[in-house]
Design a protein around this ligand. Structure first.
Ligand SMILES: NC(=O)c1ccc[n+]([C@@H]2O[C@H](COP(=O)([O-])OP(=O)(O)OC[C@H]3O[C@@H](n4cnc5c(N)ncnc54)[C@H](OP(=O)(O)O)[C@@H]3O)[C@@H](O)[C@H]2O)c1
Length: 287
């Protein structure tokens, strides 16, 4: 049986992967493997001898990265570099997760990005994610780099929130929430993204892929959908990115074209709305 190591098994995507992989998953928790330490990476691979290694670990604090770009680069770029070098040496397939935020510099873009489109990162976080992709692709040819977007799911780690959970909390505290309405992306459930990564891994079509649900929306429209499904009366006040005034710039449009993934796996992830509704109902029922 194929042995699959999962880095970040308590995070949102890592826990979904472990649930679906069951007994074939070898969990590498942060306290036993810190990917920024090359010696730990080498030792972990030698001890576990996996066939495939999936890296879901990342520095995900987009705004904070503007103040500490070195920390973001160390985890999002150099960590994957250590993994890529160690995996290549042992002929282990590396699956690495990246982000829609590698795009965004083209302010006029309004059609889904393909893998062949030139990236244009805008923030320290985005630059670090793009560098991580490039290290993996140049040092480990037997690799899959999978860009995803707007993840929500059930993390084991305490305190790991996501946009949907934040809206449900704010909705109980306020009658109106102000949400950005000029950033287009695709909310994607970790359950679906994990399943598609597992399907992709079963192929030998190594390379760069986009993996999200279908369609696109803005954060304000997503918030309105969350409140509608939850049956909450909370109003959404659409605001601009400029009004929200976050520290790091974000793409005005980062919807990804997932055609290449569909071609490799024979699967297309359905539109985002259905999975968001199922997730909201699950959270509301306490499941
Ligand atoms: N969340 C999104 O909306 C989104 C969007 C696009 C792309 N992505 C990408 O998708 C991937 C998964 O995201 P996620 O939301 O599932 O992340 P997450 O919930 O934050 O999980 C990341 C995991 O990595 C672990 N980790 C952190 N630093 C580590 C280190 N130095 N060595 C080993 N493990 C470490 C964390 O463990 P501890 O908590 O114990 O530190 C955590 O379990 C990431 O590559 C992310 O950039 C996410």
């Amino acid at each position: 049986m194929c042995r699959i190591a999962v880095i970040g098994p308590n995070g949102q995507l890592g826990s979904a992967l472990c649930r679906q992989l069951g007994d074939s998953a070898i969990r590498f928790e942060h306290d036993v493997l810190d990917i920024t330490r090359p010696a730990q990476v080498e030792a972990a691979l030698d001890a576990a001898r996996p066939d495939v290694m999936i890296n879901t670990a990342a520095y995900n604090w987009v705004d904070k990265a503007e103040d500490e770009p070195q920390a973001a680069y160390e985890l999002n770029a150099l960590g994957p570099r250590h993994l890529a070098l160690a995996c290549r040496k042992r002929d282990v397939v590396l699956v690495h997760i990246s982000s829609d935020y590698v795009f965004g510099l083209d302010a006029d873009r309004r059609t889904p990005y393909r893998e062949t489109d030139c990236p244009g990162p805008q923030s320290a976080y985005a630059v670090s994610k793009l560098a991580g992709e490039q290290f993996v692709r140049s040092h480990c040819p037997r690799s899959f780099v999978v860009r995803t977007c707007g993840l929500y799911g059930h993390a084991v780690s305490v305190g790991k929130g996501n946009f949907v959970k934040t809206m449900l909390r704010l909705g109980t505290e306020r009658s109106e929430v102000s949400v950005v309405d000029d950033q287009w992306c695709t909310p994607s459930s970790t359950t679906d993204v994990a399943a598609t990564i597992i399907a992709l891994m079963a192929t030998d079509r190594h390379g760069l892929y986009h993996a999200t649900k279908s369609g696109g929306t803005t954060w304000a429209r997503l918030a309105a959908e969350v409140f509608r499904v939850a049956g909450m009366p909370t109003r959404v006040k659409p605001i601009t990115t400029q009004e929200f005034n976050s520290k790091a710039p974000r793409p005005a449009y980062s919807v990804l074209d997932c055609g290449q993934l569909a071609e490799a796996t024979g699967q297309t992830l359905p539109p985002w709305e259905e999975a968001v509704a199922a997730y909201v109902r699950e959270l509301r029922s306490g499941a």
